[in-house]
Ligand binder design. Structure first.
Ligand code: ACO
Length: 334
């Protein structure tokens, strides 16, 4: 018998503190008008100095488990996509498993930039459909404001902090994980990079002096790759799923830039009401942006049953990924 993987619970957590475009006007040479017209962002959430990734990831995971009706002993594995873990090691996933009392289950982090959450969904789908596991927690969480250069107006206006999580089960009802597409291109990886702190440029007084521990991005180059990668991720995932564009009900895209989301929606020939957007509230939260948006879409009732939903992302690597979700008739929004 064919096994399927279903999203049976969603959750997210963002810090309380807001940083508005007006606040940023006081820090760098920018304007609310420039940020809104070029990106769609109006404000973003930002953590305090004491808060780390595992703190917000634990909250998001707890919310997803609650929505799924899962107890700690139900979770068989936890995986977490991030570029801003608590530490290089131990993994943030292992810290979250401990915090939530999940026992000694497999737990690991992986890194695919803003595509991290969809990369996680594809891994969970493989584990579940192969019969290896029945219940997996997938988290996408980032705190890019911790690695932001606050003197660089071309990047510091873009990012926010947050975490999102989903509970994935071999038993529905829920959002069935369908066709997908994922890929990478390391030959252009240096256009979006945190150069310091790894084995190429280990942390030293010089790397700090040269600001190598912050995000460095060639925005317009990434923009062009992003538009193409997002379109391909959607169309190839639909092709694998055997679903025509005309059957798509909703696009939940990585929230990096409103203009990239619009271009992706045009490629799918969608109407504005078929595109979920929350970038104005959170900015680019990297691996967290899709699970935060998905949780809001589920809880606000934007996702109806039956609905075919396309998720699509691109990010550092460069990476890209798309996956089709089928929210089936008779299932309750969780
Ligand atoms: N305020 C005012 N002016 C600014 C700002 C700012 N915050 N930032 C840049 N400018 C200026 C530039 O200096 C430039 O001025 P010039 O023409 O005098 O040289 C002008 O605005 C235009 O700059 P561009 O970089 O060409 O602006 P663009 O329209 O490309 O928008 C942006 C920049 C928003 C960064 C866009 O390129 C983008 O969204 N790129 C994709 C970013 C992204 O999604 N990254 C991937 C995910 S992140 C991750 O994976 C961790």
């Amino acid at each position: 018998m064919n096994r399927n993987a279903y999203i049976v619970g969603t959750g997210h957590h963002v810090p309380e503190r807001k940083l508005t475009n007006a606040d940023l006007e006081k820090i760098v040479d920018t304007t609310d008008e420039w940020i809104v017209t070029r990106t769609g962002i109006r404000e973003r959430r930002i953590c305090d100095e004491q808060t780390a990734n595992s703190d917000i990831s634990s909250e998001a995971a707890r919310n997803a488990m609650k929505a799924a009706g899962w107890k700690p002993e139900d979770v068989q594995m936890i995986i977490l996509g991030t570029v801003t873990p608590d530490y290089t090691f131990p993994s943030t996933a292992a810290l979250v498993a401990d915090r939530l009392g999940l026992g000694h289950i497999p737990a690991y982090d992986f890194e695919a930039g803003c595509s991290g959450f969809i990369y996680g969904l594809i891994q969970a789908k493989a584990f579940i459909e192969s019969g290896l596991l029945d219940r997996v927690l997938v988290i996408g969480a980032d705190m890019l404001t911790k690695i932001t250069n606050w003197d660089d107006r071309t990047t510091c206006v873009l990012f926010g902090d947050g975490a999102g999580a989903v509970a994935i089960s071999s038993e529905g009802p829920g959002g069935r994980l369908g066709g997908f597409h994922w890929g990478s291109n390391g030959s252009v990886g240096e256009h979006l990079i945190q150069p310091g702190g790894g084995s190429r440029n280990p942390a030293s007084a010089e790397t700090i002096e040269q600001n190598l521990h912050t995000i460095q991005m060639d925005g317009s180059r990434i923009f062009k790759h992003a538009v193409r990668a997002m379109r391909d991720a959607c169309l190839k995932a639909l092709e694998m799923d055997g679903t025509p564009k005309s059957e798509v009900d909703l696009l939940i895209s990585h929230q990096a830039n409103l203009r990239i989301i619009d271009a992706t929606a045009r490629a799918l020939e969608l109407q504005p009401e078929q595109v979920f957007i929350n970038i104005q509230k959170y900015g680019n939260t990297s691996a967290a942006s899709i699970p935060i948006a998905l949780d809001e879409a589920v809880r606000e009732g934007t996702i109806q049953k039956p609905n075919t939903v396309v998720l699509a992302a691109f990010g550092a690597g460069l990476t890209w990924a798309g996956i089709i979700l089928h929210w089936e008739e008779g299932t309750e929004g969780k």
